[in-house]
Design a protein around this ligand. Sequence first.
Ligand code: FAD
Length: 387
Amino acid sequence: MTGQYDLVVIGAGIHGAGVAQAAAAAGQSVLVLEQSSVASATSCRSSKLIHGGLRYLESGQFNLVRESLRERDILLRIAPQLVRLVPFHIPIFRHTARRPWQIRAGLSLYALLGNLRRHAWFASLPRAQWNDLDGLATENLQAVFRYQDAQTDDAALTQAVMRSAQSLGAELIVPGEFLGAQRTANGYAVRYRTAQGDAESHCAALVNAAGPWINTVLARITPHVPPSAIELVQGTHIVLDGPLQRGVYYTEAEDGRAVFVMPWRSMTLVGTTETRFRGDPAQARPQTAEVEYLLRTFRRYFPQRDVQLRDQFAGLRVLPLAEGAAFHRPRETLYRTDAPAQPHLVSIYGGKLTGYRATAQKVLALLRAALPARRARADTVTLQLKD
Ligand SMILES: Cc1cc2nc3c(=O)[nH]c(=O)nc-3n(C[C@H](O)[C@H](O)[C@H](O)COP(=O)(O)OP(=O)(O)OC[C@H]3O[C@@H](n4cnc5c(N)ncnc54)[C@H](O)[C@@H]3O)c2cc1C
């Protein structure tokens, strides 16, 4: 089996799907290789939030927040059945590190970065409403702020973006394990394994969207491109019996980290953790200490609720290698290319589900010189995603 494509994409998580959709919309011929199944790794194990990331304001990541809020608004328009606004609550107790004035200032800045759009409002809830918050503890409670952000089904969103790419002409091979690539005069020769046997295709440009496998994939490409030094940081979620009626709660765990308590398929999703991970990404599993940490956090804020553990899952963040707690590391997406000018290969490090569309546009901009000019078929800003 051989073929000639403008672009080959390795990985069908949200980034691979997003790049494939953007390239196919720009008229490029696209092949996506996925070793397992669409949205089978990080992109089905996230916190499922489509958000600006209020907490990133504390570390001054204003561009990330502004871009994410813009992308959230686009997704609310193009995928209303998959992305919906939900009330978020920030309870402030006597022990909470962040004080009401800090939250008010943060939410004002968040609204400003969101261009003060209709759903950028926030409010402090009157005390009379505190007993109507899904059993939230009220002892030592000093204030509750409510604002709006969005939630999705991460796997369903990724599948919808992939289907959109396919409807624009992108081909998807599953299972299609990328084995290696060799630079040629015009791009790359790409080898991969399918259910029918091994195959080779040629492409003008190659995108490595392999998530936590990114450096394993990069090491299979010649000539050698030095990988970025990264750390895999595991994030675990637990699913508890019982629904939440009022929305999402932003709680502060014993170590000061933010832990979300969220409604999820008539149950309650609690996450996440940050645990350094070494080894095969396919083996990432929740650890007992992580589950206990999440249960302790939930019980502290919702002491009257029954706790029945229904499910647990772990995903891996790709973060730049650095000293100190992962919680405070930058969450900007990083791009590594095979050449500073006119690259033919881009590797996507890190990133957010929320920003997949903007990430895809940046990847295509980096590959502009490598990709042949084609007649555009659609614009991903307005193209509706179907579930
Ligand atoms: C715990 C946690 C919570 C998060 N919460 C949020 C959130 O609430 N909101 C948000 O916006 N973002 C969130 N994120 C970030 C977001 O989930 C990730 O940035 C995103 O899902 C990464 O997608 P990806 O496509 O890069 O990687 P993945 O989804 O991991 O996809 C990579 C794909 O590459 C494939 N692959 C690997 N090697 C090969 C090969 N050799 N051949 C073929 N295919 C290969 C894999 O099978 C996999 O399907 C969270 C991340 C984590 C870890």
